[in-house]
Structures are given as C-alpha cells and as structure tokens.
Design a protein around this ligand. Sequence first.
Ligand SMILES: [Cu+2]
Length: 114
Amino acid sequence: MFSAARFGLLASVLGCLLLAPLSALAKPPEYVIVIKDHLFHPAEIKIPAGTKVKLVIRNEDPTPEEFESYDFNREKIVGGNSQIKVFVGPLKPGRYEFFGEFNPGTAQGLLIVE
Ligand SMILES: [Cu+2]
C-alpha cells in the first residue's frame, strides 16, 4: 500500500531535488586554450565574473609546458601533445595574467574577467 507517510517522504525527496539550485547542477562553462609554437591561442580570453570556469589547455607542441598564473594561483604541467583541465574562479572582475613557465618569453596570456 502507498501510505500517507510514504507519500510524505516521496514529496519531500522530490521537493529537495526541485529546490536544488540550478547553478549546482550546471556544468562550468568551458574554454579551450591551445599552445602552439610556445604561444597561447587565443592569448586573451574573456570569462564571466563570479563564475567557476573550466579551462582546457591543449598543448599541440611536442614539448611540455607549464601553465602558470600568479594572479589566479594555478600551476600545472601540460605534457607535449596532450591536454589538462584547470578550474578557475569564481573571480572578481579584472585582468589576470598567465604564462607558460617553460617559455615565458613567448607564452603569455590574459584572462579578462568581466
Ligand atoms: Cu611553475
């Protein structure tokens, strides 16, 4: 039998699911940055303020690179011809520099948060 108590439990479980914030269910927006000839493409990326985002750093050079930023505090090696994921934010509006530590003379990039 489907008792009132069971119905109450079911209703509260459904209620919780419906009330869960949509932001928690949504996947973070994804941005792809390609490393080629020790340069970032694109070198400037705009992302929304106050939002966690996923950066996919794809290294198309045969040599490893290190994706690094003092401004948003990340440091991660990307092997040659491979890719990594880096989650960033939520960040305040501003300009955040990143670079390739193994090729800082060329591999320079900017995250523009707005
Ligand atoms: Cu480093």
